[in-house]
Design a protein around this ligand. Structure first.
Ligand code: HEC
Length: 276
């Protein structure tokens, strides 16, 4: 009888909708495996290059752009802002591990004392406020420049998001739910465009795989004519399906970023990036 029950339980597990009971480790394995099967010619390390990892013709153009990167000025502006002392004489370096250098791969992280996910941009603004400065706007401008500089100092480091406890797992699950849930008038999920239809065309755009999506933020987009943060991009993708975007740095987008970055664990940071 015991044996029967055990196999019944096993069958039940298999029958559950994909991933609903899976651990983050299982999710990650499934995620990587999905893209490996879908794009057999793309090596794992190459997913950090977004749509260019699966589209050789556009990759050539992009490589030419990367020779004189449009975000170069942003990195130097970011460096200047990063090193400029606050009115109290302290700098951003005082707020971060290792003086803020080479730490991009650890963000977002789950703060076990605060019981919430902290993104890099949130930490930048909290650093300002802790030092008596006004917070910056979230989606573009100086915060994106500073974030770009910090990402630049982290290039080559391996994304390593951790899920330390059950509270963290709740945030992860919320982000995962957002990723797979259909929304908006077009009734489409992130996963529809960036997983199940990745590689297909939508209007003039080829849909990028979500694996590696967050290795290179903030991103310089030609369409924006400048740099934007992850949550700026999230807002744009929510609007595309005519869903109301959430606020930048809302718990919802921080949870999404947590899940979404975890799915890129093991890949290199190569931010900031340039995209169409
Ligand atoms: C209707 C299709 C569609 C949906 C749904 C959608 N996106 Fe996108 N997304 C796009 C297109 C088109 C682009 C630009 C081409 C590309 O890189 O895929 C894009 C780009 C992105 C990028 C930038 C990729 C890079 O390499 O810089 C990220 C990140 C992203 N989407 C995340 C999301 C998330 C998270 C969701 C769910 C909230 C989502 N998208 C939902 C169509 C979609």
């Amino acid at each position: 009888m015991k044996k029967v029950m055990a196999s019944f339980a096993a069958a039940l597990l298999v029958a559950l909708p994909l991933g609903s009971m899976a651990s983050p480790e299982d999710d990650l394995a499934e995620f990587r495996d999905y893209y490996a099967k879908r794009f057999p010619n793309t090596p794992f390390e190459d997913y950090i290059n977004g749509v260019y990892s699966i589209d050789p013709p556009s990759r050539e153009q992009w490589e030419e752009i990367e020779e004189f990167p449009p975000y170069e000025l942003n990195i130097s502006q970011g460096e200047e802002l990063f090193n400029k002392p606050f009115a109290n004489g302290k700098t951003y370096a005082d707020c971060f591990d290792n003086g803020g250098m080479g730490i991009r791969q650890n963000y977002p992280y789950f703060d076990t004392e605060r019981n919430e996910v902290v993104t890099l941009e949130l930490a930048i603004n909290e650093c300002r406020q802790a030092n008596g400065e006004k917070p910056l706007k979230w989606k573009r401008g100086p915060i994106a420049d500073i974030s770009a500089y910090m990402a630049y100092t982290s290039r080559g480091n391996i994304i390593d998001i951790k899920i330390p406890n059950a509270e963290a797992q709740k945030w992860y699950d919320r982000g995962k739910k957002h990723f797979y849930q259909k929304r908006g008038q077009l009734n489409m999920a992130c996963a529809d465009c960036h997983k199940f239809y990745s590689g297909n065309l939508i209007r003039a755009d080829k849909l990028s795989p979500a694996l590696g999506h967050l290795s290179h933020f903030p991103v310089y987009r030609s369409k924006w004519g400048g740099l934007g943060t992850t949550h700026r991009r999230y807002g744009g993708c929510n609007s595309q399906v005519r869903a109301k975007p959430f606020k930048a740095q809302s718990a919802e987008y921080r949870a999404l970023e947590y899940f979404h970055t975890y799915m890129s664990n093991g890949l290199e940071v190569n931010g900031p990036g340039a995209r169409k």
